[in-house]
Design a protein around this ligand. Structure first.
Ligand code: B16
Ligand code: MG
Length: 220
């Protein structure tokens, strides 16, 4: 594989842990409909769009509702989620992320975001990370969600970099599938037993550096 010229990052679970706030807000929605949502069930929602997440949750509760009510309930959930996200500060950026992005910048590696979230910009602003990203491909721009490769292919195009020279950092199974379908190097953030299709899995960015990434790219 050629050397890496661009890195594309997922947001939730890679740059910052917003899954905890999604969980609180989705759980309140479920409770309002008379059932509960476990932390294990919340795992099914990672990397999945807002409306698809709602469908999964309604399936768990065996609840049906008209489309209009789905939109209303999703909007209420999102308002609650954003209210919770406002508690975040730059200190909530996941460990090692800022150092790794600084290293990429110093070495002229291009940086983009590839997220299913429609709140990506607001969250990056909140944790003071917006300035790192040369392009943001988010839930407002994509027409096909992960595992479709669209989100990362658009990012590569924006950064004028061939997919084969891009690395993707992802915490969700669907996101790793999206990266592989795009023909990119896929670095899983989390557990190897979960992210089985990734080229490599690391627990996080602490102790991870550009030289690790380059060694990996050269070995493929
Ligand atoms: P929103 P990512 C995804 O972000 C989350 O993992 C997923 O749980 C969420 O449902 C989705 O964004 C949509 O988020 O409601 O903010 O538009 O992991 O792709 O950065
Ligand atoms: Mg994620």
């Amino acid at each position: 594989m050629p050397s890496i010229q661009a890195c594309l990052f997922d947001l939730d679970g890679v740059i910052v842990d917003t899954a905890q706030y999604h969980y609180i807000a989705w759980r309140e929605l479920a409770n309002g409909l008379g059932f509960d949502l476990s932390i294990e069930q919340n795992e099914l929602l990672k990397g999945v769009s807002r409306m698809e997440s709602l469908e999964i949750i309604l399936g768990i509760g065996g609840v049906q509702m008209p489309e209009e009510e789905k939109l209303t309930r999703a909007a209420i959930k999102n308002a609650r989620y954003l209210e919770l996200c406002m508690q975040m500060t730059p200190a909530d950026t996941l460990p090692g992320v800022r150092n790794f992005l600084d290293e990429l910048k110093q070495n002229s590696i291009r940086i983009g975001l590839g997220s299913a979230s429609k709140n990506a910009r607001a969250i990056l602003e909140r944790i003071d990370m917006l300035a790192y990203f040369e392009t943001i491909v988010d839930g407002n721009r994509i027409t096909k969600g992960k595992p479709d490769p669209q989100v990362f292919l658009l990012g590569a195009e924006d950064l004028n970099t061939p997919p084969v020279s891009c690395a993707v950092f992802e915490d969700a199974v669907a996101g790793i599938q999206s990266a592989k379908a795009a023909g990119m190097l896929a670095v899983g953030i989390g557990q190897a037993s979960v992210l089985t299709e990734a080229d490599v899995v690391v627990p996080g960015f602490t102790n991870f550096s550009l030289s690790h990434l380059e060694e990996l790219a050269a070995s493929l």
